[in-house]
Design a protein around this ligand. Structure first.
Ligand SMILES: NC(=O)c1ccc[n+]([C@@H]2O[C@H](COP(=O)([O-])OP(=O)(O)OC[C@H]3O[C@@H](n4cnc5c(N)ncnc54)[C@H](OP(=O)(O)O)[C@@H]3O)[C@@H](O)[C@H]2O)c1
Length: 311
């Protein structure tokens, strides 16, 4: 493992694949309650655990706390150790450093845990100085409520400010969780991925299946439901060649699915994908991204086709 990685955050670099819990309780984007229930989510969690996934990502705002509550229930039902990450959302009415540890305390209550493995700032905001936010995170570590701390949606200069502020307190910045998929490769182009690698910061890739698009199940004639339909209207009509290429490559690996190819590609890039799963079959399929590897030539071919469809 890279020398830049501090001992405290080494465990996160050993995690290859996680499970995202945004859809657990979220009605706004994911239409929780329509097409999937708490029992489906429980099975998604249990299947992931059975398949060896040991990292779950949630946030206080997902389902207004419901995602954390469901995760807390499921964690009690397994005897396997699971690493838990959650996030603080800087609402405009709570911008003091103490509001961060207070919010974490409430998250811990919902999760029924004494400590999380990773506590992240969900989004930066100009209303809350980065140095002050980092003070709040250090307090969470000092109180014993967070094992490590990270950020999310921070650009490179914001991340460097966070990194330096924490470094002055001898705390490593564990991670930056950002949008990264075969259909969104901004972090390669703007240097964030390379900078994370250089500084030993784990890049956690969110929406690694581009909210389901990379599975190939959505087409112009069958768009995703809800707000995703409008958001991806134009992109869906262009991704056919990429889906075809992914399918061909998957077939060369004994019939890996498009989702498995999409996740394996992210792992090959050195990032940690955290796909969302609403049910057991999605969880099972996503876990099948582990245990094999795209060749360098295949990853390069996917880069090339991804470039051609996203230009
Ligand atoms: N930090 C942030 O700001 C931020 C932002 C976004 C996400 N995240 C994190 O990243 C996680 C993952 O991102 P995401 O949920 O946005 O998107 P994603 O992982 O790219 O896509 C998840 C969705 O794709 C569909 N799907 C998943 N696996 C599938 C499979 N094997 N076959 C067919 N369909 C499948 C499901 O929706 P349908 O069945 O409805 O298509 C599922 O909810 C989130 O849960 C959250 O933890 C963080």
């Amino acid at each position: 493992m890279d020398d830049a990685v501090s001992n405290e955050v080494r465990f996160l670099h050993a995690v290859e694949l996680g499970l995202g819990a945004w859809s657990w309780g979220d009605r706004v984007v994911w239409q929780y309650g329509r097409g999937y229930t708490d029992d489906d989510i429980r099975q998604a969690f249990q299947t992931s655990i059975t398949e060896g996934i040991r990292f779950i990502d949630t946030a206080e705002v997902y389902g207004s706390g419901r995602s954390e509550r469901l995760a807390g229930q499921f964690l009690k039902e397994t005897d396997q150790p699971v690493l838990v990450a959650t996030k603080f959302f800087p609402m405009p009415w709570r911008l003091t450093k103490d509001s961060i540890s207070s919010a974490l305390k409430r998250s811990l209550n919902r999760l029924e845990l004494e400590k999380v493995d990773l506590y992240q700032i969900h989004w930066p905001t100009p209303l809350f100085g980065i140095e002050r936010m980092m003070e709040g995170l250090v307090t969470c570590i000092d109180k014993g409520w967070a094992r490590t701390v990270g950020v999310s949606n921070f650009d490179q200069s914001q991340m460097l400010r966070a990194y330096s502020a924490l470094e002055r307190r001898n705390v490593p910045l564990a991670s930056n969780q950002v949008h990264y998929s075969l259909l969104n490769r901004r972090v390669e182009r703007n240097g964030l991925l390379a900078r994370c690698r250089e500084l030993g910061i784990r890049l956690i890739a969110y929406s690694p299946l581009e909210m389901g698009l990379l599975t190939g199940k959505y087409t112009p004639a069958n768009p995703p439901p809800g707000s995703r339909g409008g958001r991806y209207l134009s992109l869906i009509s262009r991704i056919g060649p990429l889906i075809k290429q992914m399918t061909e490559i998957g077939q060369d690996h004994g019939g890996k699915s498009n989702a498995q190819v999409a996740l394996n590609w992210i792992m090959c890039k050195g990032a940690l994908p955290i796909p969302g799963a609403k049910n057991a079959s999605q969880a099972l399929q996503n876990a099948g991204a582990l245990g094999w590897k795209l060749t360098d030539e295949e990853a390069a071919k996917l880069d090339e086709v991804s470039d051609s469809v996203t230009k």
